[in-house]
Design a protein around this ligand. Structure first.
Ligand code: TRP
Length: 452
């Protein structure tokens, strides 16, 4: 039982458990699906450098701030603000996070559904003997139809809800613990196959050789959004998880380790994908379908590719699940703690609502393709608004809360576990939180809206 909580809270049982859960939240489709597709659309190497800059400068500090708020507040994203800043509008940051959670869960489940479909297609060896053009065309047909993408999306949502119903300890920890090392191993093998394909060299230079002439404000905004999305920060998911972390865990170390693991996996995914993109003459700027057009080609060119494909898509689906549960948990923890509904009711309500919006996201690749708002389909609109606007704005407010609103001693107390740990570079961290991070985020946001 923690010192500042006043009721028995479900929690993570071990240090390893919390690292796995936080890493499980961070590592997901964001690394393996979204990162390559955004890199591809944003022109490659220069984007990567900017992205890495944001991860270092903003990622780790925002993640630490979320953990600090959550563990000190001992509540969900909204409730933690209410507790730490009673009678102020700060809880609105939590409200924003809950809105973002709905939006992200909706479009996330579309892609997770495609992933499940590709598990089944790998099992049935659906791509055997196809050329890369045929594989792309196949994906084109599949994801624009109505029925199967919706079925798979629904299956994914039910799986997410089911894990959430099992509760924090039994659910999240158990699923997150074991599988990620296997995903890394597989990515390494795929990366090796990819860079040894004839014609792959251009892929590595696309990814690692920065061409700053392609950088404009939209590329910088995309890098910011991707950094937040990939690390699961800016929305309160890690506030919620932070509230389950025990008092003797080291918040700084967890943040650094999770960030490193997440970034490593994104780069690995890039190394697996871009060489193959060029080897198979595909378009790096292909958009959200990129990995689904590229990966089956790699497996076709691998000894044992049939088995590798199945294992890979299963692991990717699991990585997606450990992320989606962290999104759903934000809403469920809020509903149960603030509105006093049961965990079961909360899960059913939140899942249904997100699924309804999710259906629109899925259909926006097919029958609803023509339905656009300021040029964006429902899918693109939700992804853009949540990832590029709400998460950075949430992150900005979170660091401002920790560095300007909270007492400096309280922050130090939380990071040092009440004086037990030495906090390295505390002054530097506070300086980043107070000045650098908010200004950097504000500049990118304003710049992209065209205010600067
Ligand atoms: N980071 C996850 C991924 O890379 C997605 C995710 C989970 C997320 N929880 C989040 C994104 C909270 C933003 C906020 O797939």
């Amino acid at each position: 039982m923690s010192s500042s909580g006043n009721e028995s809270r479900d929690g993570f049982t071990s240090r390893f458990g919390i690292i796995c859960a936080a890493a499980g939240s961070a590592i997901g489709l964001g690394n393996i699906w979204r990162f390559p597709y955004i890199v591809g659309e944003s022109g490659g190497g220069a984007f990567l450098l900017i992205y890495l800059g944001f991860i270092l400068l903003l990622g780790i500090p925002v993640m630490m701030s979320e953990f600090v708020i959550g563990r000190r507040g001992q509540r969900n994203a909204l409730g933690s603000f209410k507790r730490l800043a009673p009678g102020t509008p700060w809880y609105l940051v939590g409200v924003m996070g809950i809105v973002a959670a709905f939006m992200i869960l909706a479009f996330y489940s579309t892609i997770a559904g495609w992933t499940l479909a590709y598990v089944v297609r790998s099992v049935s060896n659906a791509f055997a003997g196809m050329t890369s053009q045929q594989i792309s065309a196949e994906f084109g047909t599949f994801h624009t139809t109505t029925f199967w993408p919706l079925v798979y999306q629904l299956i994914f949502m039910v799986m997410t809800a089911w894990i959430i119903l099992a509760g924090v300890k039994k659910g999240i920890e158990r699923y997150a613990k074991v599988l990620m090392p296997f995903l890394v191993l597989l990515l390494v093998i795929m990366a090796i196959r990819s860079i040894t394909l004839p014609g792959s060299a251009m892929g590595l230079s696309f990814l690692f050789k920065p061409d700053f002439s392609v950088v404009d404000s939209s590329v910088i905004l995309a890098a910011l959004g991707q950094a937040f999305f990939s690390l699961s920060i800016g929305m309160g998911a890690l506030i919620t998880y932070g509230s389950y972390i025990q008092k003797n865990n080291n918040l700084s170390n967890i943040s650094i380790q999770v960030t490193l693991a997440d970034t490593l996996i994104a780069i690995l995914a890039g190394v697996a994908i871009f060489p193959a993109v060029f080897a198979f003459n595909l378009d790096p700027a292909d958009g959200p379908g990129l990995i689904f057009s590229v990966l089956p080609n790699i497996f076709q060119q691998m000894p044992g590719g049939y088995v590798f494909a199945i294992i890979f898509f299963v692991l990717l689906a699991i990585a997606a699940l450990t992320s989606s549960i962290s999104i759903l948990e934000v809403v469920v923890a809020y509903l149960t703690e603030e509105l006093n509904v049961t965990r079961r009711q909360a899960t059913i309500m939140a899942t249904s609502a997100a699924t309804l919006v999710g259906v629109l996201c899925t259909l926006s690749f097919g029958v609803m393709e023509g339905f656009t708002i300021s040029g964006l389909t429902v899918f693109d609109l939700l992804d853009f608004t949540a990832s590029n606007l709400l998460l950075p704005l949430g992150g900005l407010l979170i660091v401002v809360f920790v560095s300007w609103y909270m007492k400096r001693d309280d922050v130090r107390d939380e990071l040092s576990n009440s004086g037990v740990l030495k906090v390295h570079l505390f002054n530097a961290l506070m300086f980043i939180l107070k000045f650098i991070a908010p200004v950097a985020i504000a500049i990118v946001l304003f710049d992209s809206i065209g205010i600067i």
